[in-house]
Design a protein around this ligand. Structure first.
Ligand SMILES: NC(=O)c1ccc[n+]([C@@H]2O[C@H](COP(=O)([O-])OP(=O)(O)OC[C@H]3O[C@@H](n4cnc5c(N)ncnc54)[C@H](OP(=O)(O)O)[C@@H]3O)[C@@H](O)[C@H]2O)c1
Length: 253
């Protein structure tokens, strides 16, 4: 199976490596910057290109893994290709690819950073395709990477994506803010890692609302006031603290 990878960021890097490990051939890596394309192409033995006119015309899959706002531009720049064109975005409709004959979506519901290894066997893949035949082809391709394969249409995928932003991106940002608070007071982030691990582990078995703890759910008014006072020099943190405490209270009232 031949795959052309368009993009060389976090997702492209993980997917291209996972495909290669599972026997597919990544023939080309395209990126608007040749050096970026080369960095990934070198890892997987592919040709690096930076001109969409140089994309080969007979691959099985054209995997567009660029930032959401650039998907349409890259897709429209692909001319006269044979094979299925997919993007990897949670928040972008499949119809952005509709100028192609065969198209779909290959959305991995996971967080990817180039620097962090990931085992694709635990990555759910949400698929969508413009025909049943293409869905079958995408399922066969996806099976090379993971058993966790779901058929999800664009509207539902958008919902999954926004839920994922709360469950992952916002939570990670809150870790960043915790780190700032600790650093400001010469305390080590290492001390919070067991707490972070236990919080994520608990929701593997229970629903998050069943295991909420903290001053807001206990309605410990004195503790909440003390925390707000501690954060008085950083109004943006105080705002977030108040908003989230109110949200917890509302959920559990
Ligand atoms: N990271 C995740 O956890 C994750 C998870 C699931 C799905 N996704 C989806 O996967 C896609 C890629 O995300 P990512 O995290 O891999 O992004 P990323 O690491 O930021 O990489 C973005 C890629 O898009 C390219 N790009 C940016 N602007 C461009 C433009 N105007 N024209 C052409 N190429 C452009 C970048 O090229 P340069 O290097 O030249 O800037 C880079 O190759 C997105 O659709 C995202 O929603 C991401």
């Amino acid at each position: 199976m031949k795959i052309v990878c368009l993009g060389a960021g976090n997702v492209a890097t993980h997917m291209a490596n996972a495909f290669k490990e599972n026997g597919a051939e990544i023939t080309q890596v395209w990126s608007r910057d040749l050096a970026t394309a080369q960095a990934l192409a070198l890892q997987i033995g592919a040709e690096a290109i930076s001109d969409l006119n140089d994309v080969e015309t007979f691959a099985d899959l054209y995997l567009i893994a660029v930032k959401d706002d650039a998907i349409a531009e890259v897709a429209n720049g692909l001319k006269k290709i044979n094979g299925i064109v997919v993007h990897t975005s949670g928040a972008t409709g499949m119809d952005v690819l509709q100028d192609h004959k065969d198209y779909g979506v290959f959305y991995p519901l996971q967080t990817f950073s180039k620097s962090q290894p990931i085992d694709f066997i635990h990555v759910p893949l949400c698929l969508e395709a413009n025909t049943e035949e293409n869905m079958t082809s995408l399922q066969m391709i996806a099976m090379k990477l993971t058993p966790l394969i779901y058929e999800v249409e664009s509207k539902k995928r958008e919902i999954l994506h926004v839920a994922g932003v709360f469950a992952c991106n916002f939570v990670n940002h809150l870790y960043t803010l915790s780190h700032e608070i600790l650093k400001e007071n010469a305390l080590d982030f290492e001390m919070l890692r067991p707490l972070i691990m236990e919080t994520a582990t608990k929701v593997q078995e229970a629903l998050p609302e069943q295991v909420q703890t903290g001053p807001a759910i206990r309605d410990d008014i004195k503790t909440i006031s003390k925390h707000e006072e501690l954060l008085s020099k950083t109004p943006h943190l105080q705002d977030i603290y108040r908003n989230l405490s109110n949200s917890i209270k509302k959920t559990h009232s």
